[in-house]
Write a protein that binds this ligand. Structure first.
Ligand code: GTR
Length: 422
């Protein structure tokens, strides 16, 4: 009862208008808009071949997203190295091996993230992997008592008295979002990292997390076109990929990046900057994720930049209330995945994220897949609720219910991955 009440209050705070801005949830009130061209390059050339896309248009679009939206990330650090901290074959009813791996960002091992990984014991050779960030610590994804508790900082407490830290969250608290047993039974591995290991999710002027490791002499915060927190998380995921390539249990050519909400935005950006990821899956990723910015329904650029000033690069703030001036829109982000498969999931009550805009970006990204002789989205109209479209290279579903990632969502991801990975 109390829990339900708290959730209701939380949702309300999210949905209340940010001072001075109007919120729109009405499809009929979406302003007319023109999307930036997908298949015309900056010098006006029409893009009609795979080679033109790869050599010319894709780099242009990627660079606009880097400098205007998420921010440029540095190269992987020279000191990047890994250590398997623990390995246990007898977990998940003896069906899976659990490993924990430290990914050290620095030679001196002071800065690191911990990958928690489950690999099916029943396997012939290496396995495909789902890899996503978690919100509250590795120990919250399963009740497995031997998962090492995440300890990095989370955020200051609202009352100013100390900090919220992941150990305050119960073991297995987020288990409904991480169906390890189902994935193992279907022959997939699962890896996750607590995102705070890379950069805690609050606005501290980029003093904690990985940003300061890369400041030049005298630099105190990222430049206007340099990485915000979402880009740092995606960069961390890309560093984890360096580890996956060294692990014989993992088929590094079949790693799907997956994420819910802010981590869905991150998964799409990770897939864009690191083409070693063979698939990207965005669940309820909304504004800054799969949803088209120009529709201005639910969360808008101005709102996301006021609520989360640290997520994007500084340049992105120029587009507050000026969506039409953005040189990109999110169909182009989806297109950066091509020809790799991408899956977009929405929830019908998640109006803050804007299900229709999430669908449309997939639809409008489809012409790029055609250049590769592939079908992106196989439908033109948004499907009915709980009627997934999984037969093209861009999968989509809108599920009954609200903002969350559920077993139903994962079941569709597995079906989609089976088509492409097996
Ligand atoms: C909301 C935010 C969304 C989404 C969500 C989440 O508060 O406005 O963009 O990222 O958080 O990550 O759960």
């Amino acid at each position: 009862m109390i829990k339900g009440f708290l959730i209701a209050c939380f949702s309300l705070t999210i949905l209340l208008p940010v001072k001075g801005q109007e919120l729109n949830y009405d499809e009929s009130k979406i302003p007319p808009y023109t999307l930036p061209e997908l298949l015309v390059s900056e010098d006006g050339e029409k893009i009609t071949t795979e080679a033109q896309w790869i050599e010319k248009r894709r780099p242009e679009i990627l660079s606009l997203f880097e400098t205007q939206v998420y921010g440029k990330s540095p190269e992987h650090p020279k000191g990047l190295h890994f250590e398997v901290l623990s390995e246990d074959r007898y977990t998940i009813g003896n069906m899976a091996t659990r490993k924990e791996i430290a990914v050290y960002f620095t030679e001196d091992e002071k800065h690191f993230m911990t990958i928690l990984m489950y690999i099916p014991n029943k396997r012939n050779g290496s396995v495909p992997l789902f890899f996503g960030l978690n919100f509250k610590g590795n120990h919250t994804v399963n009740e497995d008592a031997n998962i090492t508790e995440s300890i990095t900082r989370m955020k200051p407490r609202k009352d100013g008295d100390g900090e919220v830290r992941p150990h305050m969250f119960k073991r297995g608290e987020a288990a409904s979002r991480w169906p390890v047993e189902m994935l193992i039974a279907n022959g997939y591995g699962l890896a996750t990292v607590y995102r705070g290991d890379i950069d805690p999710d609050y606005d501290d002027g980029f003093q904690n997390g990985v940003h300061p490791l890369f400041y030049k002499e005298g630099q105190a915060k990222p430049e206007s076109d340099e990485w915000g927190t979402l880009a740092a998380w995606a960069w961390g995921m890309s560093c984890a990929m360096d580890y996956f390539e060294t692990d014989e249990d993992i088929d590094a050519t079949k790693v799907a990046v997956v994420g819910h909400s802010r981590h869905g935005k991150t998964a799409l950006w990770a897939g864009a900057i690191d083409q070693r990821f063979a698939m990207a899956i965005s669940n309820d990723s909304g504004c800054g994720g799969a949803a088209l910015f120009r529709r201005r329904i639910g969360e808008t650029v101005n709102k996301i930049n006021s609520l989360f000033p640290h997520w994007f690069c500084e340049n992105f703030k120029q587009y507050n209330n000026k969506e039409d001036e953005l040189p990109v829109d999110q169909h182009q982000l989806i297109a950066l995945m091509a020809p790799r498969p991408v899956y977009i999931a929405s929830a019908v009550e998640d109006l803050w994220a804007g299900p229709k805009g999430e669908f449309l970006s997939g639809l409008y990204a489809s012409p790029v897949y055609q250049l590769f002789g592939l079908t992106g989205m196989t439908v033109d109209e948004m499907p009915e609720v709980d009627d997934p479209v999984t037969n093209g290279y861009i999968g989509y579903h809108v599920r009954t219910g609200n903002h969350d990632i559920k077993l139903y969502d994962w079941q569709q991801f597995v079906k989609f991955a089976d088509r492409h990975f097996k």
